[in-house]
Write a protein that binds this ligand. Structure first.
Ligand SMILES: [Zn+2]
Ligand SMILES: [Zn+2]
Length: 402
C-alpha cells in the first residue's frame, strides 16, 4: 500500500498538509455517510492506517526507508520484547510477594473490622539506594560489566566445528557485579537491602469468609525495579457457639424434656445483640428453627449470587433427658402415651441396666452438658430482638421477625 497515494499527498508533504488532507478524506469516506457500502468502509480503513503512519514521525521514517515490511518487523520485535519484559516482571513480582495468614473471629467477619498488622519486609537500603556504597557510586566490575557472570565460547574439539557457551561466575568481583572499596562500603546494609517492620492497616469487610484473599499492592519485598505485593489470607477462628455454613449460621441449643414438650423462650447471643426467641410448641429433637436474615452478611464480592443482604440463622436442638423420673409421672406417661407391646414370642428375657457414658470413649453427652451451662450464663444479658413463633404448629418451624 502506498500511504502517500491513499491520502493523496506528495512524498515530502509536511505534517499540516497531511492533517488537513486526512480530515477531508476521512469526512468523505466516513461510514456514517455511506451505511453498509463495503468498498467505502475499506477505503476509510486505509485512510486511517495511512494517517497513523504518516502523522507519526518515527513510523513515517521507517516507512520511507523500509516500506510496510519494515514497519511490521519493528512492531513485531517491539511486541516480543514487551512480552518478555512483562513476563520477567511478573515472575520477579511473584518472587517478591509476601504471603501471610491472618486469624479472624467470626464476629469480626460479621461486623467488619480494621486491624493493624506487623509485617516484616525487605526494602531498598535508604543510605546507599542499592549501590552498597556510601557515596552512591556505581563501582561496576570492568571484567563482567556488572553482570557477575562471564560467558566463554568453548570449542568442543579441534576437529569439529562444535562449540558451546560456558557461563561462569566472575572471578574478579565474585559474582557481585561491583567492587566497592572498603572506605566507601555502605554501613547500613550488606547487599543493598534492609529488613523493616511496618504497621499495615487491613480493612476486613463485612461478610468476609474463610480463605478470603486480600492483596495490598506494593507492600511485599522490594526488588531493583519492581515491588512485590502483600497477600493476606483470612483464617476463620472456630466460634464457641455458632457454626458457619456459607452464608448461614447454626446455633446448637440443649433442651430439656419440659422445653421439648411445652416449648421454650431462650436468648441467642447474636453478633447484632441478644435475640429473644419464643416457640410455645412441641419441639422435635431433630428439628430446626429458622430466623431469616440473621445469618452472615453477604460479602460485596458475592452479592450478585444472593438476593438478600444476609444469610439465615438456624437453631438446632439437642434433647437432654432426666436421669430418672418418679413413679407417678411414669404411670401418667404410660397412660397418656402407651408403649406398643412386642408382637413375637421371645426366646429369652433380659432386664438391662444403663452404662455410665462418662466411662465410654465417646464423651459427647458430657461436653454438650458443659456447653449448655456456658450458654446459660450468656443468656442472662438483656435482649434487643424478640422472635415469637406463630401459634400454628408449623413442622418447618420457620419464623418472621416481629
Ligand atoms: Zn546500603
Ligand atoms: Zn565481575
Amino acid at each position: 500500500m502506498d500511504y502517500y497515494k491513499i491520502l493523496g499527498v506528495e512524498k515530502g508533504a509536511d505534517i499540516n498538509t497531511i492533517k488537513k488532507t486526512y480530515k477531508k478524506k476521512a469526512m468523505e469516506y466516513h461510514p456514517d455517510r455511506h451505511g453498509n457500502d463495503e468498498e467505502k468502509q475499506e477505503k476509510f480503513r486505509e485512510i486511517v492506517e495511512a494517517y497513523e503512519v504518516l502523522s507519526d514521525e518515527k513510523k513515517r521514517n521507517i516507512y520511507d526507508r523500509y516500506g510496510e515490511e519494515g514497519l511490521r518487523k519493528i512492531q513485531m520485535e517491539k511486541h516480543e520484547t514487551q512480552v518478555v519484559e512483562e513476563l520477567n516482571r511478573k515472575r520477579m513480582k511473584e518472587y517478591l510477594n509476601i504471603k501471610k495468614e491472618i486469624k479472624c473471629s467470626l464476629e469480626d467477619m460479621y461486623n467488619g473490622k480494621t486491624i493493624d498488622l506487623q509485617v516484616e519486609r525487605r526494602i531498598k537500603c535508604g543510605s546507599c539506594d542499592t549501590t552498597c556504597s556510601n557515596s552512591k557510586t556505581n563501582y561496576k566490575c570492568s571484567q563482567c560489566q556488572g553482570s557477575g557472570k562471564i560467558i566463554k565460547i568453548v570449542q568442543h574439539n579441534a576437529m569439529s566445528n562444535l562449540a558451546f557457551q560456558q557461563i561462569s561466575v566472575c572471578d574478579t568481583c565474585s559474582g557481585k557485579g561491583n567492587i566497592i572499596p572498603d572506605y566507601d562500603k555502605c554501613t547500613n546494609c550488606s547487599n543493598g537491602y534492609t529488613q523493616t517492620h511496618e504497621t499495615i492497616k487491613l480493612n476486613i469487610s463485612k461478610g468476609s469468609y474463610n480463605n478470603q484473599l486480600y492483596i495490598i499492592e506494593n507492600k511485599g519485598n522490594e526488588g531493583p525495579d519492581v515491588s512485590g505485593d502483600l497477600y493476606l489470607i483470612l483464617q476463620e477462628i472456630p466460634h464457641s457457639l455458632f457454626r458457619r455454613e456459607h452464608f448461614d449460621l447454626y446455633f446448637k441449643y440443649n433442651i430439656s424434656l419440659t422445653q421439648s414438650l411445652t416449648g421454650l423462650s431462650i436468648i441467642v447471643p447474636h453478633f447484632k445483640g441478644d435475640i429473644l426467641v419464643s416457640y410455645p410448641h412441641v419441639i422435635q429433637p431433630s428439628s430446626l428453627l429458622k430466623l431469616s436474615n440473621y445469618g452472615m452478611p453477604i460479602h460485596s464480592d458475592l452479592s450478585h449470587s444472593h438476593n438478600s443482604p444476609y444469610g439465615d440463622l438456624f437453631i438446632s436442638f439437642n434433647l437432654t433427658l432426666p436421669s430418672s423420673i418418679s413413679t407417678p409421672f411414669k404411670h401418667l406417661l404410660q397412660s397418656e402415651f402407651p408403649s406398643p407391646l412386642p408382637s413375637s414370642s421371645p426366646i429369652s428375657y433380659h432386664l438391662l441396666e444403663t452404662v455410665d457414658s462418662s466411662q465410654s470413649p465417646s464423651q459427647s453427652s458430657q461436653s454438650s452438658q458443659s456447653s449448655q451451662s456456658s450458654q446459660s450464663s450468656q443468656f442472662s444479658q438483656s435482649s434487643n430482638f424478640h422472635y415469637n413463633f406463630s401459634a400454628d404448629d408449623n413442622p418447618n418451624m420457620s419464623c418472621t421477625p416481629q
